[in-house]
Design a protein around this ligand. Structure first.
Ligand code: BEZ
Length: 579
């Protein structure tokens, strides 16, 4: 199945169940535990709404069969306003909302040129303003969407000001840079799969990205290898840092103007987890008072979609996304229909390991305490060697060494990827047996131990190349040796101090910080915590050439000989929060 369609189905479990339920919104509503729709619905299809430059966007309007005007929910999508989206629109209309479903510029029924992310601010604003003038709109307007169409919410919220009453960005990012890049490392699998699949006017124009076992340079020409040039993909490759190209497609200059409460939903295995937590910090500290106080955060055990079985783990029915989806109706009933329904707690986290939802007043939880774990070894942490992890500061210890070989990259196993079918906590122990992966393992836990909060690694390394990537994975090892990734991160050394490349001094130690995003996990008694250090993770990330060359255009990739130090002067460590 095409990646585009796979993702569309996966990120909305609502949609997949809708398909299973043979397109009957009533069945879905019952399955989600919603009261049956109060209204029949009617639709006005393919109204062409004119944008400021004259471009016309195809817009379907779903209305309750009742006397209006109504509160309105907007969804602006690049994936086609028919199919599952239309059924979602009917569900909301049946509950008393006008639902406006629009194809974004250049996609499906809409006119104009398609260039992802670029036009959603202006087009979102123009669509919003058009709706405020319609006879069926009562002035209470909200936004709803997942991933790309969640991103269109942020873009509209940038401009809608106080007229926007509430919104709900799901599995998404206001800084869409983070779909293509992570700390200067190209998010190869996500960006290539999504970009090639969505390169044209509709799904028929899509081409497939099929990475081989090894990387084919140059990065910028991967689109041609897949079958066609993709202009916007090439622009992404040309902009590895969060520069003006990305900034104008973000909310960075708008936080003060955003003043509506957001119901933010993310997943521990979603590719946008880091962005979701970053957006949460911004909206609760820099946005207007209604946004700061009213916003709510949910992080479930989900990948880029709502499946509660991932990577061989079943997180249980309390993580069932369809059931969870009732929350969207509660949210908009409260903010758009003025109903007195109970609002959720401010922060709601699903704790893996014990598979329970828990509530907090803030992120990270106020009672979370810093818990450093230091790396140790006798110099042989490669594979199943002597690498250890504990709370003792190192004194004098032999460094570990490994060689990064661009012809033998460490393969991606699970993690937060675009396609849920390959995302999540797959057993990654095969990587832990490689000679080019350093493994540090805690003692067996004698009692359950919880870590909830952000995770960072501070690793001292020295190399013989001017640049290298450091990839860090945090895993839970069960008594049988199955090692499941919980969270991970990567840093390109040239950007360790900011946007200006700083080359590594030959064989002299430098400290590299790696942001591993976050987790909420209980290590059960008998389990161990493990860290993998590597210099590649392919095809998820495009490899570092390990030279001073431009990673997008170079065809020269060299070996790097890497030392990881862990002694009193160079205390390599992972920083967690425990409760
Ligand atoms: C999505 O809609 O799923 C998506 C959009 C951009 C990048 C990655 C995912």
């Amino acid at each position: 199945m095409k990646a585009n369609r796979l993702r569309l189905l996966a990120f909305l479990l609502i949609v997949s169940i809708i398909v299973v339920a043979a397109g009957c919104p009533g069945i879905i509503a019952r399955r989600a535990g919603l009261p049956p729709g109060e209204y029949g619905t009617q639709a006005v299809r393919s109204v062409m709404v004119t944008m400021r430059d004259g471009t016309r966007l195809a817009t379907d309007i779903y209305l309750p069969k009742a006397d209006g005007p109504f509160p309105v929910i907007i969804e602006r999508t690049p994936y086609g306003k028919g199919g599952g989206n239309a059924l979602i629109a009917q569900l909301f209309a049946g509950h008393g909302f006008a639902f406006v479903l629009q194809d974004v510029r250049g996609r499906y029924g809409s006119d104009g040129d398609w260039y992802p992310f670029r036009n959603e601010g202006d087009d979102g604003e123009d669509t919003f303003n058009w709706i405020t003038k319609q006879s069926w709109c009562n002035g209470k307007i909200g936004l709803w969407g997942v991933s790309y169409f969640g991103y269109t919410e942020w873009q509209t919220a940038n401009h809608a000001g106080g007229e926007l009453k509430a919104f709900s960005p799901i599995f998404t990012a206001s800084r869409i840079y983070e779909a293509a890049w992570r700390n200067g490392v190209f998010n190869n699998l996500t960006a290539s799969q999504w970009g090639f699949e969505n390169r044209g006017h509709d799904a028929r124009a899509g081409i497939q990205y099929r990475p081989g076992r090894s990387f084919t340079a140059p990065l910028i020409a991967q689109d041609s290898h897949a079958g066609a040039e993709v202009g916007f993909y090439r622009d992404w490759v040309r902009h590895p840092r969060f520069d003006s190209y990305w900034r104008r497609q973000s909310s960075d200059d708008y936080w003060r103007k955003i003043d509506a409460p957001a119901l933010m939903v993310g997943g521990w295995y979603d590719l946008f987890l880091g962005s979701t937590l970053g957006d949460w910090e911004k909206i609760t500290t820099e946005a207007g008072p209604r946004a700061r106080e009213g916003s709510r955060l949910f992080i479930g055990p989900w990948a880029h979609g709502g499946a509660h079985r991932l990577g061989g783990v079943d997180f249980g029915m309390s993580a069932d996304f369809l059931h969870f989806s009732k929350i969207f109706f509660t949210w908009f009933d409260y903010y758009l229909r003025g109903q007195s329904v109970a609002m959720p707690a401010r922060v709601n986290l699903f704790t893996t390991g014990i598979d329970q939802w828990r509530t907090y007043n803030e992120w990270p939880p106020a009672d979370a305490r810093r818990h450093p774990l230091f790396l140790h070894s006798g110099g042989h942490a490669n594979g199943e060697g002597d690498g250890a992890l504990n709370r003792q500061n190192p004194t004098s210890e032999q460094e570990d060494r490994f060689t990064h070989d661009p012809k033998n990259l460490v393969p991606t196993i699970g993690g937060p990827l675009l396609l849920p079918s390959i995302s999540g906590p797959f057993d990654a122990s095969a990587n832990g047996r490689r000679n080019d992966v350093l493994v540090y393992t805690s003692d067996v836990f004698g009692a359950d131990l919880e870590f909830t909060g952000p995770v960072g690694a501070y690793i001292w390394l020295a190399t013989d190349t001017p640049d290298v990537d450091l990839s860090v994975t945090l895993l839970d090892v069960d008594p049988s040796g199955v090692a499941r990734g919980l969270t991970d991160g990567v840093t390109r050394a040239r950007y360790r101090n900011g946007d200006t490349p700083e080359w590594l001094p030959a064989n002299r130690p430098v400290e590299i910080k790696v942001d591993l995003w976050a987790l909420s996990h209980v290590f059960r008694r008998g389990h161990r915590l493990q860290i993998y250090l590597a210099a590649s993770n392919y095809p998820r990330y495009a490899p570092n050439p390990c030279t001073r060359a431009d990673p997008g255009t170079t065809t020269t990739f060299v070996k790097s000989h890497i030392q990881v130090l862990h002694d009193a002067e160079h205390p390599s460590r992972v920083m967690l929060f425990t409760r």
